[in-house]
Design a protein around this ligand. Structure first.
Ligand code: AP5
Ligand code: ZN
Length: 217
């Protein structure tokens, strides 16, 4: 399975990707998670990226393309395929990705866009909790951890993302509609785009995703 998973902030990309990863034995490459890891480690790249992320903008194409390329080339989990979560985010990234994958004769098979109305996303984003090391996400109301503010798997503390404020969400949504909207058009033209109603419960969304992958092989 070679999948581009698209959707606005809070659509459920990070919630659905681990299920897909487990079912199809593919790698889950999330550029947002990789960038947050750089921020946490305090690297120069991380310092630069944090400013942009907290403003709801896009980090440079060069940086994110480099991250994806190196993972696709070296991560053994990617040998049976991949889920790209949060990448590509503009048409230039989509074209560069195509170039990279054509060389490897492994083109994208599905571009699935999780569709949710902007007004549903505020509560999802402001209530989200994450486990920084794994990228696992929870929700104070919709998907609470077993013990308050604690990761179910490791017992480590959960935190809120610094870009998960109503104000930054507004900017992230604007960036999404302006820059990532055209990426959906790009994949529609290639005939590999499918939209999925992501306002449904996570289980329903997962059922609909698995149907798409099963139908198209
Ligand atoms: P990134 O980390 O990719 O953030 P995003 O795209 O804004 O998406 P989110 O992670 O916020 O949402 P999600 O869809 O994963 O939602 P989740 O499943 O967690 O990027 C962050 C930043 O990094 C960008 O703004 C940019 O600056 C930079 N960046 C990243 N990639 C880049 C690139 N390629 N180029 C340039 N810059 C890049 O769910 C959200 C919450 O809702 C959770 O609490 C969850 O429990 C809950 N939830 C999920 N599904 C449901 C449901 N069906 N019903 C109810 N609640 C639900
Ligand atoms: Zn995410």
């Amino acid at each position: 399975l070679r999948l581009v998973l698209m959707g606005p902030p809070g659509a459920g990309k990070g919630t659905q990707a681990p299920k897909i990863k487990e079912a199809y034995n593919v790698c889950h490459l999330a550029t947002g998670d990789m960038l947050r890891d750089e921020v946490k480690r305090g690297t120069d790249l991380g310092k630069e990226a944090k400013k942009i992320m907290d403003q709801g903008g896009l980090v440079s194409d060069e940086i994110v393309i480099g991250m994806i390329k190196s993972q696709l080339e070296t991560n053994p989990e990617c040998s049976l395929g991949f889920i790209l979560d949060g990448f590509p985010r503009n048409v230039s990234q989509a074209e560069k990705l195509d170039g990279m994958l054509t060389e490897r004769k492994q083109p994208v098979e599905h571009a699935v866009q999780l569709l949710v109305d902007d007004n549903l996303l505020v509560s999802r984003i402001t209530g989200r909790l994450i486990h920084p090391a794994s990228g696992r996400s929870y929700h104070k109301e919709f998907a609470p951890p077993k013990k308050a503010m604690t990761d179910d798997v490791t017992g480590e503390p959960l935190i809120q993302r610094s870009d998960d404020t109503a104000e930054t969400l507004h900017k992230r949504l604007r960036t999404y509609h302006e820059q990532t909207g055209p990426v959906a058009e790009y994949y529609k033209k290639k005939g590999i785009w499918t939209g999925v109603d992501a306002a449904q419960a996570p289980k329903t969304v997962w059922a609909n995703l698995s149907k798409i992958f099963a139908e198209h092989g």
